[in-house]
Design a protein around this ligand. Structure first.
Ligand SMILES: *Cc1c(COP(=O)(O)O)cnc(C)c1O
Length: 632
């Protein structure tokens, strides 16, 4: 096998474009991961996977978490704002809150709070369950707890509870009736949380979540409603509780200009409210910093055309210049970005289980008789006379004959043997077409259909629905690449199919700097262990992932990377077993055992099972409950 340079591999998979300095390739041809951007120490992902499989007895698929990457992203966010604040002589501060919906896993939230405590970073919740968890989490006393989302009385009561135990709580009014609840509760309390208002901006985001902003957005108050909130608070002599103005124009904002426009509008609203005598101190610009998943650094849906520093600069500069223009004090800037903080820290490792064959290349040239059906003879002629000059035309003819073959079969005119002959001939023609097309890159690229026909299908041990639901639901792109063999040329092109019995359970869109690839470059499958990493899955995928086909959560390991590039396993969390996923669909253990026993007794009665076999069979059934839901 000829060795290729790691430079070539880096280009093929675009690591330098989307890797953000966290990922690379080492001399062994293995994927590496660094705990800090462009840091000197990189751990070998293949070595981590081998260790987990052989020493920790974990089976793939695996979810690897690198908590140091969360910390590194938080530092970068902090430093970006600190830098912008210095550069523009901004007199307010920056505080961040972590939106729990992005990844509510306790380990992730704790990793955020641990690093964020150095900068007084807090939490953002959008539901009662998130708030309930936040009530139990330890935050720095100065950090904020921002309550967004639609709220009922219990939600608002819990926010009161949060403020009673000393959390710097904000109830952000999304709808007028929330204000009524708040006023009612405040009338009976000695202490209450501070208030915010979420306003609907005219400015929209960009990309897939563009609809979160604009006049028709689902969230936020119109200008009239905002004025109504101010009026009611004034009447109740509670106007001084209104301290925050909030907006959020959507996730994964791909275009920095949209952010500037929105912040400009929000800063104007802030200034006008100040001038009306409302003492707003916090301007919360929401989340939405985009992750450059495909590395194109563009305004394409799976990308973003700016860095964290550019985001911070634009937010700070825009607010500062509008405050100067309006002659109002500069507010404390609050940000709620989540995706950019957590996306990089998690990757899923899947093993390729098998290859689903379409090209039947092992079959010897078919013997065709002159009395075979006409369509078979024509396919044979195409095969025998295809050349570099006519292959495009013959390719299209072959596609037509293949359709005809199936039509004739369905009408009952040809039998199974004829159909098989025709199919083999078709694939032989395609083989030759591929041979000629290799010399003409243009044709290969223009003919997507040919590419797809020729692509191998690698059966991977995972569920798209569990692991990367956004790839299924939104055609969102995640970087995917082998974690080893990266110094051998990836000579195959494949799409990835998952274990679910669902034709949507497939990945056939891959990141590419210039375009979207329909196939992934992979190594020939040899029935040796072959592992692919699906990267940047730390934001949204885990909570959105579902249990389609009862495939459960993955075996999970938290990895810390040492100074010398070594690693240690900080924590292992086993993936779900059969009984755990079944419980989600209300098959509890008692029901299953009792049900199996009943079936067993029936079988004994019918004489299909001997009495003495009962205990053994029952024991076997019980033992299977502990199996991993994926292929072992
Ligand atoms: C979802 C959400 C966020 C987080 O957005 P990201 O794109 O993950 O940064 C922040 N604020 C609010 C109100 C949200 O709903």
């Amino acid at each position: 096998m000829s060795k290729i340079s790691t430079e070539q591999t880096i280009q093929t998979y675009g690591i330098e474009n989307w890797g953000a300095g966290y990922f690379g390739i080492n001399k062994l041809g293995h994927l590496t991961v660094r705990p800090t951007k462009n840091g000197a120490h990189a751990a070998d992902v293949k070595a981590i996977v081998d260790h987990l499989i052989s020493r920790c007895r974990l089976k793939p698929p695996l979810l690897l978490r690198f908590p140091q990457i969360i910390a590194s992203q938080i530092r970068e966010l902090h430093q970006s704002f600190a830098q912008a604040i210095r550069e523009f002589d901004y007199r307010g501060a920056h505080l961040a809150v972590y939106p729990m919906k992005v990844n509510p896993r306790r380990d992730v939230v704790e990793a955020f709070l641990q690093e964020g405590s150095k900068y007084n970073y807090g939490l953002e919740v959008g539901t009662k369950a998130e708030l309930y968890a936040a009530l139990a989490l330890e935050q720095p006393p100065e950090s904020l707890l921002v309550c967004n989302g639609f709220k009922d009385d219990a939600f608002i009561e819990m926010a009161f509870l949060a403020s009673w135990i000393g959390k710097q709580t904000f109830v952000v009014i999304e709808k007028l009736n929330e204000l009524a609840s708040f006023l009612h509760l405040a009338a009976q309390s000695a202490r209450w949380p501070r208030l915010g208002v979420r306003v609907k901006l005219y400015s929209r985001g960009s990309g897939r979540w563009e609809k979160s902003g604009g006049e028709t957005a689902k969230f936020g108050l119109t200008t009239t409603e905002t004025l109504e909130v101010i009026k009611q608070l004034r009447e109740h002599r509670l106007l001084d509780t209104l301290k925050m103005l909030h907006c959020h124009i959507g996730s994964q904002i791909t275009d920095i200009r949209r952010i500037k426009n929105a912040v400009r509008e929000a800063a104007r609203v802030y200034a006008k409210m100040r001038k009306m005598g409302v003492d707003i101190q916090y301007l919360n610009v929401g989340g939405g910093i985009g992750v450059d998943y495909d590395g194109s650094h563009s305004s394409f849906e799976s990308s973003a055309n700016y860095t964290m520093q550019e985001f911070a600069n634009d937010v700070v500069y825009t607010i500062s210049s509008i405050c100067a223009d309006e002659n109002v004090p500069e507010p404390i800037i609050v940000t709620e970005s989540g995706r950019i903080l957590t996306a990089y820290h998690a990757m899923v490792i899947v093993n390729v289980q098998d290859e689903i064959e379409t090209v039947i290349d092992e079959i010897a040239p078919t013997d065709v008789d002159e009395d075979d059906p006409q369509v078979v003879l024509e396919l044979r002629d195409l095969r025998d006379h295809i050349t570099s000059k006519n292959y495009r035309e013959y390719y299209h003819d072959a596609l037509e004959h293949k359709d005809e073959l199936v039509t004739l079969f369905n009408l009952g005119y040809i039998d199974l043997e004829d159909r098989a002959k025709g199919e083999v001939l078709f694939w032989q023609i395609l083989d030759r077409v591929e041979h000629f097309a290799r010399q003409s890159k243009a044709f290969r690229e223009e003919s997507e259909e040919l590419q797809k026909l020729l692509a191998a299908k690698y059966l991977c041990n995972f569920s798209v629905f569990r692991t990367v639901p956004d790839a299924w639901a939104l055609d969102h792109l995640f970087p995917i690449m082998p974690i080893h063999k990266l110094n051998e040329p990836p000579t195959e092109a494949a799409t990835l199919v998952d274990l679910t019995c669902d034709s949507d359970g497939i990945i056939d869109k891959f990141v590419d700097v210039k375009d979207v690839k329909e196939v992934l470059e992979v190594h020939p499958f040899t029935h040796e262990p072959y592992y692919l990493a699906i990267l940047l899955v730390g934001a949204y995928q885990e909570a959105m992932g579902n249990f389609h086909n009862l495939l459960g959560t993955l075996n999970e390991a938290h990895i810390l990377i040492d100074e010398d590039g070594g690693f240690h396993v900080q924590k292992i969390i086993p993936g779900q077993h059969l009984d755990e996923v079944l419980a989600l669909a209300r098959y509890d253990r008692a029901f299953l055992h009792e049900g199996f026993r009943r079936n067993l007794v029936q079988a004994i009665k019918r004489g299909q099972v001997a009495d003495q076999e009962e205990a053994d069979l029952h024991e076997r059934y019980r033992a299977y409950a502990q199996k991993y839901t994926y292929l072992e």
